[in-house]
Design a protein around this ligand. Structure first.
Ligand code: AHR
Length: 482
């Protein structure tokens, strides 16, 4: 019997809802025939966006959505995506050389903001700092956020159908500027960051939060050198690193060994947070600058999704991806004193997605169900936990007298017998237990959309503050105790 103990007297603070953030880039099939079908489509839609996705996405309380990239951001001209849709230019986006798909710009600023409003997510805009100037970004901010009846750009926004400001708060200054975003050194990027953030701060109408481009996964040197050069010279809210894990076989037909390879890689998120934190600490001992992970997920070979390779990077999502989601979100919850936002890449028809869609079909993946189960953690107070075995990934939180415990059994084939109790805390008397489990390779398809769904919740009484239960191999469990 393995033991999980909630340490009632220890907490790292509030779990920022934004840890449950998302990312929807203009790449492959994320928008066109994914999220967006157009207002005139026979497919049920609201203002051009698939109604199925709006309803399902809204149901998991998405706190924030990053746009328009990713790499795409670094060649995006925001002016291409405003004004009458039939007058917008067709352009070669950043990904053109990969899939030869032309960007219609049918989804631009107003459409994206409308989608955010419909699903209740805050927009996070990544600015182009490689191919545009600080003035372009400043003008974009003015267009987005200046109050009605003030500037000419605010008037243009009103002419385009939105008199009120969009009140965008999160602004990314560039994307992967160590790579596709200009191949810069950390010192070069820090200088660019300072230029853009300084100029844009003069149109800071609603307290914009600037997010700097952090490292690619293990490049701790980038964090250290950026921090040294930046030297607190201008406003910054956070530094965002990216971490993808892959190299673990086919998305669906992986072996047991590949299962553990991926679990191991994903578990490294914990060490990564520690190491970037340590690199930042010498330059920012008061930890004023936050850490974000604004792209993370599994990156498997493409071609396994319903479009059979037409949609760039589209991959099937199995229970393995759901387990990776669960263990990663547990890591973020347990670092809530440091991580203020994380954005899984990406929302639809791409890497590690929550939705697969095409034509009249749209389904949710097992990863979607993890976000649904874990939404109780958003904005709750984290509780530290102690676990007797490494194969169980756990996090816990409390809000309004309800304790939420989420557990992922990362074993490929061994069920886990568990005794859950608390130290320095009176747990309630009743537990609602919801399990999501299936064969490690199980996934949903257009033909079998509900192959992987959570079981109906079971209600159990605690015995003297203790709950015993079995979590199946490759299983995820949410326990709500009151
Ligand atoms: O998510 C796909 C791509 O991965 C993003 O555009 C880029 O930022 C990263 O390399």
């Amino acid at each position: 019997m393995e033991k999980i103990c909630l340490i009632g007297c220890e907490s790292r603070g509030t779990i920022a809802p934004e840890i449950y953030g998302h990312f929807a880039e203009h790449i492959g099939g994320v928008y066109y025939d994914g999220l967006w079908v157009g207002e005139d489509s026979d497919i049920e839609n609201i203002n051009g966006f698939r109604k199925f996705i709006i309803d399902k996405f809204k149901a998991i309380n998405p706190p924030v959505l990053r746009w328009p990239g990713g790499c795409f951001a670094e060649t995006y001209n925001w002016r291409d995506g405003i004004g009458p849709r039939d007058k917008r230019p067709a352009t070669c986006g950043w990904w053109y050389n990969y899939d030869h798909r032309v960007e219609s710009n049918a989804v631009g600023t107003h459409e994206f903001m409308d989608f955010c409003e419909m699903v209740g997510a805050k927009p996070y805009v990544a600015a182009n700092i490689t191919a545009q100037t600080p003035m372009d970004m400043r003008n974009f901010m003015e267009y987005l956020n200046m109050p009605e009846n003030t500037t000419t750009l605010a008037a243009e926004r009103a002419e385009n159908g939105h008199a009120a400001p969009f009140d965008v708060q999160y602004f990314g200054i560039g994307n992967e500027n160590w790579g596709g975003g200009g191949n810069m050194t950390p010192e070069q990027y820090a200088r660019e960051y300072i230029r853009y953030a300084t100029i844009c701060s003069s149109v800071n109408v609603n307290g914009a939060k600037y997010i700097a481009c952090g490292a690619d996964s293990w490049n701790i040197d980038w964090t250290d050198r950026f921090m040294r050069e930046f030297a607190h010279r201008c406003p910054i809210w956070g530094l965002a690193f990216h971490y993808y894990c892959g190299g673990a076989g086919d998305p669906v037909n992986f072996t047991e060994e590949e299962w553990y390879t991926l679990i191991d890689k994903a578990s490294k998120m914990d060490e990564l947070i520690h190491r970037h934190d340590a690199a930042m600490l010498t330059h920012d001992p008061e930890r004023k600058i936050k850490i974000l992970v604004d792209e993370w997920g599994c990156w498997h070979p493409g071609g396994s999704g319903p479009s059979k390779g037409y949609n760039l990077f589209e991959q099937q999502s199995t229970m393995r991806d759901a387990i990776i989601t669960a263990l990663t979100l547990n890591i973020f919850n347990n670092h809530c004193d440091r991580i203020v936002m994380a954005n899984v890449a990406q929302l639809c028809n791409n890497l590690h997605c929550l939705f697969l869609a095409g034509g009249e079909h749209a389904i949710v993946t097992p990863t979607y169900h993890v976000y649904d189960l874990y939404k109780e953690h958003q904005g709750s107070t984290q509780i530290e936990t102690a676990v007797t075995v490494k194969s169980l990934s756990v996090s816990a939180s409390e809000r309004d007298g309800v304790v939420c415990v989420t557990v992922a059994n990362t074993s490929y084939d061994r069920d886990a017998e568990i005794e859950l109790s608390a130290f320095a805390k009176d747990l309630g008397t009743s537990a609602e237990i919801t399990m999501l489990h299936a064969d490690p390779h199980a996934h949903n398809t257009f033909e079998l959309p509900d192959n992987v769904v959570p079981e109906n919740p079971a209600v159990r009484a605690l015995n003297n503050g203790t709950l015993t239960l079995t979590i199946p191999a490759a299983g995820i469990c949410r326990i709500l105790i009151s």
